[in-house]
Design a protein around this ligand. Structure first.
Ligand code: PRP
Ligand code: URA
Length: 206
């Protein structure tokens, strides 16, 4: 299952972040803001516990998030979405998976992994701004499942039909949330129209 967040506020910010003239400071701010909107939707299925809260007037029946949350940014561009999701879930744990896409094969290469043990029984939310061929996302889901993770959600900023299909074919239980499902991939396996190299634009490395 995948869902595109078509809210005008998200689409407006997407227009700004796509712009080739948007520099890394503004790009980072927009990535944080878009992440908050997309995560707000992605988190709507979290389980809650009923709790009693004493207000100054009476006892209120309230609800608190019942599940342990583990946010998993895919290094390095996923770090650009971390502030946004942690502002919604300040108590979440964070586990890192380091992957880069080999420039020749376009397939992911894993170089780092550090996950909290709660990844096993909690909800893992993978964050990466770009879900292109889907190789990096599938590799991260494979790794999380090998470590025992059961509930996994993917949040990205831009994806495309090829990437969504690859993830859905490999892991039909994993829901993908994106601000946009773009047209497709070019010959370099970049998303079109996309927003270019998200890591470089976030961190000013090009
Ligand atoms: C980008 C992006 C994803 C991956 C998407 O990372 O942030 O992780 O490519 O491509 P895929 O869906 O085809 O696997 P990149 O390899 O550029 O590394 P970086 O985050 O270190 O810049
Ligand atoms: N990685 C990016 O940063 N952008 C793309 O369009 C594809 C992969």
């Amino acid at each position: 299952m995948h869902e595109e967040i078509t809210h005008p506020c998200v689409q407006h910010k997407l227009a700004l972040i796509r712009d080739v003239d948007t520099g890394h400071k503004k790009f980072r701010e927009l990535a944080t803001e878009i992440t908050m909107f997309v995560c707000y939707e992605a988190l709507k299925g979290l389980s809650v516990n009923e709790v009693d809260v004493e207000t100054p007037v009476a006892t209120a029946k309230c609800h608190k998030i019942a599940e342990e949350i583990v946010v998993v940014p895919i290094l390095r561009a996923g770090v650009g979405m971390l502030d946004g999701i942690l502002s919604l879930l300040p108590s979440a744990r964070v586990g890192f998976v380091g992957l880069y896409r080999d420039e020749e094969t376009k397939e992911p290469v894993t170089y780092y992994e550090k996950l909290p043990k709660e990844a096993k029984n909690g909800v893992c939310i993978i964050i990466d701004p770009m879900l292109a061929t889907g190789g990096s996302t599938v590799a991260t889901i494979d790794l999380l499942k090998e470590r025992g993770a059961g509930k996994i959600v993917v949040v990205c900023i831009v994806t495309c039909p090829e990437g969504v299909q690859r993830v859905e074919a490999a892991h039909p239980d994993v829901h993908i949330y994106a601000a946009s499902v773009d047209e497709g991939l070019n010959e370099k396996k970049y998303i079109v129209p996309g927003l270019g190299d998200a890591g470089d634009r976030l961190f000013g490395t090009r």
